[in-house]
Design a protein around this ligand. Structure first.
Ligand code: ME8
Length: 512
């Protein structure tokens, strides 16, 4: 059986409704899942919600609800948003589901029995917001070093995961696998953290009860991060569907840089202790900011992804998220920036190519795409450019560099727009050069077809609409890239169906 590709997103806390920052990691993972499906790989794509822990329990309490009632209500907005944003996940995991709780308990017991989890006393500081423990020396002005909020002193019996015992093995692994933690700045961060020495992690709590019970000690619930990380195992069938699990493990994790240590230190420790392969990659994205602040509900800085989609269209927002900021960097989310990308890249470069070409096909050929020319003739140079760009696109998409892949596609669009100017179809028509005109029009439609295919993982709805206008009967997703993403596959002869602009320009209200 072909080895599968497994992509995951963080599972989001259901303490609040999702904002554009949550949509980011999910859309990025979706784009890679969609690409690999088109490339012919078996794909499993998982997202979900993180429903236990003190933070969620507190959010429920604030609303006067039982935790289960609260999480049942809060999961809907996440599922609806992913469906609005064309997210093609194969499964949606909730950490309160029975199957997951059982897997967490099985793993906890197994690690306890083999001595990787042991009982001790925890003394230190806890930040509810980050759901994280801190030693006194790590606090900043006695506040949480990550979010700046006050922390709580806790002294309690706790179970500990022997993270310290795996530190050297993990360092060796990171050394031997340069692509394991990306980008390199995050890899270096993890290496220096590990080199400075790690402490065992407290993986149970007694101060509240909203969590998976420790199976052999009813006083304790499992620490929310230990529980949450295991979603990646439950979701793909660990202990419940061995064949599925074997086909897809190990995963590529897309996460935000704020949750790097959990994924790059605690999680690999758990996997090594279980004797499982470590993830193929842990890719940490940067933050979208407003002003100089991370977009975050608790900081009162949010952008509502539903409003944005209503105003500008889902595909345009997906394109912006992928194109604007290099993976791993921070970037400012501005409405103006988004409108600029829509007008410059989508309406001008892509839209104009389509909406200049289709009227010419209509005017000179009654809307019928000319048949594939017998000789390369005028399209030879464009064909060569396209072939090089397809290679570059595939290489970048396989390396999870969607931004670079898009930049390459835009070079093809620029080449095609130039090709219209240099080949001057209007003069070929005037001069009665029928063969030349057929070649040029066919070459333009062929280039548009390839550009639509390459942008299809990023803008799926637009891709469908574009194929409709080009007069193709199938959808861009019907065939594999190995058959379709090749210059010259367009047979021609179809009747185009020009419609409304695929990328309407956005007129900004003049500023006061
Ligand atoms: O941390 N820009 O959940 P969470 C970019 N439940 N990405 C952002 C962002 C922003 N402004 N704000 C949030 C948790 N994110 C845990 C995860 S995984 C086993 C458990 C994204 O709801 C980013 O990917 O706080 C971040 O890591 C994720 O949302 C955290 O969401």
């Amino acid at each position: 059986m072909k080895k599968g590709c497994y992509f995951t997103t963080p599972i989001y806390y259901v303490n609040d409704v999702p904002h554009i920052g949550h949509a980011y990691a999910t859309v990025v993972a979706d784009v890679f899942a969609r690409y690999h499906r088109l490339a012919g790989d078996e794909v499993f794509f998982l997202t979900g919600t993180d429903e236990h822990g003190q933070k969620v329990a507190k959010a429920a309490e604030d609303r006067g609800l039982e935790p289960q009632e609260h999480v049942d209500k809060m999961v809907g907005p996440f599922q609806d948003l992913w469906s609005l944003y064309s997210v093609s996940n194969d499964y949606f995991i909730r950490t309160t589901e029975e199957r997951h709780q059982q897997v967490v308990q099985e793993i906890f017991s197994r690690l306890y029995e083999q001595g990787d989890i042991y009982k001790g006393t925890y003394e230190g500081w806890y930040c509810i917001h980050e759901e994280n423990y801190w030693a006194e020396g790590q606090l900043v002005d006695m506040n949480c070093p990550d979010c700046g909020r006050p922390v709580k002193r806790v002294t309690e019996d706790s179970y500990f995961l022997k993270t310290s015992g795996y530190q050297d093995r993990l360092l060796e692994y990171i050394e031997a696998h340069p692509d394991f933690i990306r980008p390199v700045v995050r890899r270096n961060e993890v290496v220096s953290f590990l080199e400075s020495g790690v402490q065992d992690v407290a993986v149970s709590r007694t101060a509240f009860s909203w969590g998976v019970p420790v199976p052999f000690d009813s006083e304790h619930v499992v620490y929310v991060w230990f529980d949450a990380l295991i979603n990646y195992l439950t979701g793909v069938g660990y202990t419940t569907d061995d064949e599925h699990f074997a086909a897809f493990w190990p995963p590529v994790h897309l996460i935000g840089k704020d949750i790097l240590k959990f994924h790059a230190v605690i999680w690999p420790t758990m996997l090594m202790a279980l004797g499982l392969d470590l993830p193929k990659a842990i890719i940490a994205t940067g933050f979208w900011t407003l002003g100089d602040q991370k977009i975050s509900k608790s900081r009162g800085k949010v952008i509502d992804p539903i409003e944005l989609a209503d105003e500008l269209g889902v595909d345009a927002v997906r394109y912006f998220l992928l194109r604007e900021m290099p993976l791993g960097h921070d970037g400012e989310f501005t409405h103006d920036g988004l409108v600029r990308r829509i007008n410059d890249d989508l309406a001008n470069d892509f839209g104009n190519l389509i909406h200049r070409t289709l009227p010419m096909v209509k005017k000179y050929r009654d809307g019928v795409v000319p048949k594939r020319p017998a000789t390369a003739g005028r399209t030879a140079a464009l064909a060569e450019t396209a072939a090089g760009i397809i290679d570059e696109y595939n290489k970048n998409m396989r390396a999870e560099n969607a931004r670079e892949a898009l930049i390459a596609v835009w070079r093809l669009l620029a080449a095609a727009n130039k090709f219209i100017d240099s080949s001057q179809p209007w003069n070929l028509s005037k001069d009665g050069d029928d063969q030349g005109l057929d070649e040029v029009l066919w070459g333009l439609i062929e280039t548009i077809r390839l550009a639509v295919l390459m942008t299809y993982p990023i803008m799926p709805a637009t891709g469908e609409a574009a194929f409709e206008q080009l007069g193709f009967d199938e959808s861009p997703g019907d065939k594999l890239f190995s058959d379709e993403l090749v210059w010259g596959r367009l047979a021609g002869g179809g009747q185009t169906r020009p419609g409304s602009p695929l990328f309407p320009r956005i007129e900004l209200e003049p500023k006061e």
